[in-house]
Design a protein around this ligand. Structure first.
Ligand code: ADP
Ligand code: MG
Length: 323
């Protein structure tokens, strides 16, 4: 059973960036408005994520680390509506299976917080602890008990860059939340929170990128698209800045990228490729993320509908630009 657990954990936890993604999403789900992520050595020796969300009440702390323990799915419809990775209720259990975790948390209803330590799925300690409302999770020594996994880990800088990449995308999809990222003691990212998309993009990707963008907002029946696209003269040398989010989740979609580029055909471009930060709001059950739980490539029930939404949304925004 232990081996099976470790294998399952390895599916969720590939590298430090996958831990950061899961833990930060938990913080967002808990209603946090400020989230700080700190890593050392690319996250391999140390990851700390602090949030000011709901916290976890004492009696629920251990439960949160059981596999399939989730407070977020109650009915089958819930399950259907969740377009996420299919590892619901697996993240904390999986992380704790392959590292040494220390959790500090306090919920609104309790005066005293809880400290919980769990290493390689084995509980070490649970005790009362003074702490502000919210949660701090520290993950140390990733894969200390699964040395074979370490082979797949890259240099610290690559792992740290992967963490930064994950955070950049989350930060622009949640402008309402303030994010800080501290890497080996250096503040690398600081978004204001409680701001509009452009301000978040400015904080994450800088002034030069932000100044080339124009707004897009377009509805088509029950689905809609909004965000920012590059003015044609600010197009770029590659596709790396084509960012699509479905219901606030970063995805890769050939359909979306193709529609974006098609809409720029005929425009006078400097670089070859448009860039964007586009949020599509669609019915969750029309997205299929079945490919692989840890992968982000999506398929749509109706690819043509999505293509048209992006294409006409972008066309429309570009045409108002000329006027
Ligand atoms: P899931 O997010 O799919 O429910 P997780 O293993 O990621 O599964 O988390 C298990 C549970 O622990 C969550 O459902 C939530 O109740 C609780 N939890 C985890 N992180 C936090 C957090 N930062 N703040 C409050 N509750 C949390
Ligand atoms: Mg989770």
């Amino acid at each position: 059973r232990h081996v099976a657990e470790l294998i399952a954990a390895g599916e969720v936890v590939e590298r430090p960036a996958s831990i950061v993604k899961e833990v930060v999403e938990n913080a967002i789900d808990a209603g946090a408005t400020a989230i700080t992520v700190e890593i050392k050595n690319g996250g391999m020796t140390f990851i700390r994520v602090t949030d000011n969300g709901s916290g976890i009440c004492r009696d629920d702390v251990k439960i949160a680390f059981l596999s399939h323990a989730t407070s977020k799915i109650r009915t089958e419809e819930d399950l259907d509506g969740i377009m996420t990775m299919g590892f619901r209720g697996e993240a904390l259990a999986s992380i704790a299976a392959v590292s040494k975790v220390e959790l500090l948390t306090r919920c609104e209803e309790e005066l005293e917080g809880t400290r919980f330590v769990i290493e390689g799925s084995a509980e070490q300690e649970i005790s009362p602890a003074g702490c502000p409302k919210g949660t701090t999770i520290i993950v140390r020594d990733l894969f200390y008990n699964t040395p074979a996994r370490l082979k797949f880990i890259k240099k610290d800088t690559s792992e740290a860059n992967a963490v930064a990449g994950v955070l950049d995308k989350i930060a622009v999809s949640y402008p309402e939340v303030s994010f800080k990222f501290i890497r080996d003691g250096v503040l690398k990212l600081n978004t204001p929170g409680d701001c509009d998309l452009l301000s978040a993009v400015y904080a994450v990707y800088g002034k030069n990128f932000a100044k080339g963008l124009t707004k897009l907002q377009y509805n088509s029946g029950l689905i809609s698209i909004h965000g920012l696209i590059t003015k044609p003269e600010y197009s770029r040398a590659n596709r790396s800045m084509q960012n699509f989010f479905i219901n606030k989740r970063f995805v890769k979609s050939r359909t979306c990228a193709a529609a974006l580029e098609e809409a720029y055909k005929g425009a006078i471009m400097i670089g070859k490729f448009p860039a964007c930060i586009l949020n599509l709001t669609i019915e969750p059950h029309t997205v299929d993320v079945n490919v692989h739980p840890a992968k982000i490539e999506v398929r749509f029930e109706n690819e043509k509908t999505i293509f048209d939404l992006v294409y006409f949304g972008v066309k429309n925004a570009l045409s108002t630009l000329k006027a």
